[in-house]
Design a protein around this ligand. Structure first.
Ligand code: SF4
Ligand code: SF4
Length: 373
């Protein structure tokens, strides 16, 4: 059977509009009970990157979470909401801060459902995932649609990285720092996590140097839903203006025979993809431009084209989040601000992702500047 991706318009985050949009997106696929058995235990996983207010457009909006909770309540499910945000230092305290500022805790309190932390792990293959996957019968994943400086897009597959236990996310970044390797891990996690349903918050999306404070918000006004995360991400790629095969996690999944990246084979039971394509493509992360070099030249040129983090001193609030986030521990805090030891920098941009003040930008090697990448 061909995979289905429902696309529904929703102009902003007014609660009644979001609820109607989520209801329509899931309804056009056959309704929530088609994917989740009534009376079951469900883990709902939004994308909570950092402790930041919903209007900043970095975390999945709390009204999306509320709407999904309401649907699950209608079939008497026991609901657990949680994520493993990329926080460092005092893990438990910082996760509390993320839940509060993102608006997820207030929504869970108002709706009377459990908000959980990913405190325990079970090893699967070569990574530990939260035991909440074992404790629940189903996973409902709620990604935020954004560009990503390492994976090009963060959507259905990438959201599952938050299931990795605690600070082990940093270890995976360090161990699999080449984008191709990192995307292989993402697909491994997808195969383990197997979400029953994915609903993407694309009402306010992000373009440019996403996925955090250095990206730019893009009003898109769309909600996406489906089961096949590869198909969903392929649709997001088309909306961004890139080919699905240019997204490494999609390419990796297809090479393993997982999911569908053929847009012509995907069914759209709500809005048709052609009717919602934006007038202009997304601005891509600067780091993704390297991927555009033709393969023949890639071997030589890619070595000369380097991207690395640089700080905007006027933005830096000296919070130290980047120092904690760096998997290779190559950032130190000085009186004048943060300093990088570039010799051991792996250009993973975890520091940029962790920065709450848009104080880390992408620097380029001279050759990259000369050829305009
Ligand atoms: S300095 Fe930034 S880009 Fe370099 S290794 Fe550390 S986190 Fe990654
Ligand atoms: S660069 Fe960003 S994350 Fe690092 S100390 Fe400054 S504000 Fe904090």
């Amino acid at each position: 059977m061909n995979p289905q991706v429902s696309i529904v318009r929703c102009k902003d985050y007014q609660p009644d509009l979001v609820e109607a949009g989520v209801r329509q997106a899931v309804g056009s696929l056959g309704g929530i009970a088609k994917f989740i058995k009534p009376n079951s235990k469900v883990l709902v996983k939004p994308n909570l990157l950092m402790a930041i207010e919903p209007e900043k457009g970095i975390d999945t909006h709390p009204e999306i979470v509320r709407s999904v909770i309401k649907l699950l309540k209608e079939i008497n499910c026991e609901i657990f909401v949680g994520d493993g945000p990329s926080v460092w230092g005092n893990q438990a305290e910082n996760v509390d801060d993320v839940y509060q500022r993102s608006g997820i805790r207030p929504v869970c309190q108002q709706e009377g459902v459990s908000l959980v932390k990913f405190e325990h792990k079970r090893w699967r293959k070569n990574f530990p995932l939260t035991t909440w996957l074992d404790n629940c019968d189903y996973l409902v994943s709620l990604p935020k649609f954004k560009t990503h400086d390492l994976t090009l897009l963060t959507g259905a597959v990438k959201n599952l990285f938050g299931l990795v236990w605690g600070t082990h996310k940093t270890e995976l970044h360090k161990k699999y720092f080449q984008p191709e390797e990192f995307n292989r891990i993402l697909v491994d996690i997808y195969q383990e996590a197997k979400p029953a349903l994915t609903i993407v918050d694309g009402i306010t999306a992000m373009e440019g140097d996403g996925p955090a404070t250095s990206g730019k918000l893009r009003d898109l006004g769309l909600i996406f839903a489906g089961v096949d995360c590869v198909a969903i991400d392929s649709v997001l790629a088309k909306i961004m203006g890139v080919r699905p095969e240019d997204v490494a996690s999609i390419k990796e999944a297809v090479s393993r025979g997982i999911g569908c990246a053929d847009i012509n084979a995907i069914e759209f039971p709500a809005e048709k993809l052609a009717d919602v394509l934006p007038a202009r493509p997304f601005v891509l992360p600067q780091t993704s431009l390297k991927k555009k070099i033709p393969l023949l030249a890639a071997g030589i040129l890619k070595k000369l084209i380097k991207y690395y983090p640089v700080t905007l001193r006027e933005n830096c609030i000296k919070c130290g989040a980047c120092v904690e986030a760096c998997p290779n521990k190559v950032i130190s805090m000085r009186k004048r601000g943060v300093v990088f030891n570039y010799a051991n920098c792996i250009s993973c941009f975890c520091c940029q992702e962790a920065c709450p003040a848009a104080a880390i930008k992408v620097g380029k090697s001279l050759f990259a500047k000369i050829i305009g990448l």
